[in-house]
Design a protein around this ligand. Sequence first.
Ligand code: SF4
Length: 173
Amino acid sequence: MDKVLVSACLVGRPVRYDGRAKPVGDALLDRWRLEGRLVVHCPEVAGGLPVPRPPAEIEPGATAADVLAGRARILTPGGDDVTAPFVAGARAALAFARDRGVTVAVLKESSPSCGLHEVYDGTFTGRKLAGSGVTAHLLSGHGIAVFNEHGIAAADARLRGADGGRAQERTTS
Ligand code: SF4
């Protein structure tokens, strides 16, 4: 059975930079939990960052791909370079996902780790631009179907389709 990795803050774990959670309270998460599909993970904590911690953004003009390739940094408002734990966290998330048979992920939008369609622009002014966080980029680049918290129903459809496809393969082979 396919597993789904969900950002820990979305299921109520207080692991965000500000020490809070961002629970979505969707019944599908409860269903996934009951089915034994749900696996919960926070890349930034896995990468060794504390809770709470300073906010961090990918530096202006750079992308998650640049960060993962060692061409750009992730910085705090004070200029501290926190690239290493963010990259370690992304790699830990991929290893965690592979180990547990994850094929689908639901990640928290706009995070420098978990953001899927947008991230903050690196100026700490609240402006966002199109782009993804380092974990979302790494997972999607390794065959995991990534959705954000607004795409939970689509993630569920993807899971059902994956299971159904394999069941059909088994009955026709
Ligand atoms: Fe949530 Fe992801 Fe940030 Fe962890 S790294 S607090 S799971 S958005």
